[in-house]
Each structure stands twice: as structure tokens, then as C-alpha cells.
Design a protein around this ligand. Structure first.
Ligand SMILES: C[S@@+](CC[C@H](N)C(=O)[O-])C[C@H]1O[C@@H](n2cnc3c(N)ncnc32)[C@H](O)[C@@H]1O
Length: 239
């Protein structure tokens, strides 16, 4: 198994030149079971997840990824320069309308919205040279940094997303009676394998639709490919 149990304190270095024939280095923060990552190809993925049992299952699902059990927020700060594309899915409950409206087990107790979400967006917007996508639910307040709204999610990216990210319909997962079965079908993953301490339904609801994950990833890769082509044609002109 490829799970590193402690964060490595490596000296950060700048991302490699983005060449078409070398796989892109991708950081998948708050990786969960990699719903977003299912259809990513031609890349080398490092995934960060702090629940060791989820990390074990992620590694089983994506054996070629490097999986690190640790704090995604700190990992981003220490390592962002090493990647071409960064995806971050910070936990959403403190921003969610469901919690604000009083649903769920913590519904009646207000908490501060977790501003690590905005810390990461600001860091990436101002310091990161590659492409990024930070994903969260639609908040109960006006987002402090403008986002692109698609379906039931907000995305903060340094590129424009297509208007439609997915044509898959997960409305079945709203049916209380069959919700678990529907989520298993929708994500094509048996969440009952999980043997940790989090609620299985909560985990199953966390996953991004793999088709949306693919569209966003392909959009970022398309921008890289275009800029590589430009660089190659400029090089051809001067030689
Ligand atoms: C919203 S889910 C991410 C869903 C994921 N993008 C997907 O599509 O499958 C958030 C995940 O972050 C994990 N997590 C929460 N806090 C974390 C932290 N500080 N560092 C790393 N992982 C964390 C949770 O255990 C959960 O699996």
C-alpha cells in the first residue's frame, strides 16, 4: 500500500514545464473517495485525506495515486508549487444552507463558517501558477469571493467553466427511502465497505459527480494543451 502516514516536510519547488508528453501533476485535496477523480486520465495524482479509513479505500480504488493521510489545508500551503492542477473540496457543512435552515444533527447550533475555504482560494488566486478548482456547496450567505455557480455547487477556478458540467441526474438520491442505494448506483461505488467512524451516508453525499469532475479537469487540461501548442509553434518559428 502506498499510504504515507506523515506529511513530508519537503522543500517546495516550481512545477515542471507543462509539456504535452509528460503527465500533469495533480493535487487532489480533501480527496474522500475521489468522486471528482474517477475519470481523470494521463496525470499523476497526489491525494490528501485525513480519515485513514477513507484514505485506505481511496488507495484501493486508485492504486496508482499517491495517497497521504494528513491535513489538506497545511499540505496545500507547503506543496502547491509542485503541481500543475489543484482541486480542493474543503468540508461544506459550516457553509451549507441545510445547516443554516436547521436540518441535520447539528442544525440548531450556529457555528462560524470555516474560512479555510477562503484562505485556500486567496492563496491559489494570488500565488499559484497552474490551474485550480475549489469546490463547495452553495452557501447560505453571499460568497465573499465571486464564484461560478453550476447546479448545486459553487466553483472558484482561474478559468471559465462550461455552463453544463454534467448531464447525469442524481435526483433519485433525494428520496429518503432509497437514498443509499441511489448514491451507490450514482457513484458506482459500494460505500458499505467503509469501516471507520463517520456516517456512511454523509460520506456518500460528499462525492462530486464523476462527469462534472471530468468536465472540469478536461477544461483545465485543454488550456494547458493550447498553451503548449502555442509554445511549440513559437519555437518552430525561431528555429
Ligand atoms: C466534501 S468531501 C470531498 C469529496 C471529494 N472531492 C469527492 O469528490 O469524492 C471532504 C473530505 O475531506 C476530508 N477532510 C476533512 N477535513 C480534512 C482535512 N483537514 N484534511 C484532509 N481531509 C479532510 C473528509 O474526511 C472528507 O472525506
Amino acid at each position: 500500500m502506498n499510504i504515507e502516514l506523515e506529511l513530508k516536510n519537503e522543500t517546495p519547488h516550481f512545477a515542471k514545464p507543462m509539456l504535452a508528453d509528460s503527465p500533469y501533476k495533480v493535487l487532489n485535496l480533501y480527496a474522500c473517495l475521489g468522486g471528482n477523480r474517477v475519470l481523470w486520465t494521463d496525470c499523476k495524482v497526489t491525494a490528501i485525506e485525513n480519515d485513514a479509513e477513507i484514505a485506505r479505500l481511496y488507495q484501493e480504488r486508485f492504486p496508482n495515486d499517491t495517497v497521504i493521510v494528513g491535513d489538506a489545508h497545511q499540505y496545500l500551503l507547503d506543496h502547491y508549487k509542485e503541481f500543475d492542477f489543484i482541486w480542493s473540496s474543503p468540508p461544506c457543512p459550516t457553509h451549507s444552507r441545510a445547516r443554516y435552515w436547521g436540518f441535520g444533527i447539528n442544525g440548531k447550533n450556529p457555528v462560524y463558517p470555516d474560512f479555510k475555504l477562503y484562505e485556500e482560494i486567496i492563496l491559489l488566486q494570488h500565488h499559484f501558477k497552474g490551474k485550480f478548482c475549489v469546490e463547495n456547496v452553495i452557501a447560505y450567505y453571499e460568497p465573499l469571493i465571486p464564484a461560478q455557480k453550476r447546479g448545486r455547487h459553487l466553483y472558484w477556478c482561474n478559468f471559465i467553466l462550461p455552463n453544463i458540467l454534467t448531464n447525469r441526474d442524481n435526483s433519485g438520491a433525494l428520496n429518503q427511502k432509497s437514498v443509499m442505494k441511489d448514491l451507490i448506483n450514482f457513484h458506482n461505488y459500494d460505500f458499505n465497505k467503509y469501516e471507520g467512524t463517520q456516517r456512511i451516508l454523509k460520506i456518500a453525499r460528499n462525492l462530486v459527480d464523476y462527469e462534472a469532475g471530468k468536465t472540469i479537469f478536461a477544461t483545465a487540461m485543454g488550456i494547458f494543451e493550447k498553451s503548449n501548442l502555442k509554445q511549440i509553434s513559437m519555437f518552430d518559428e525561431v528555429t
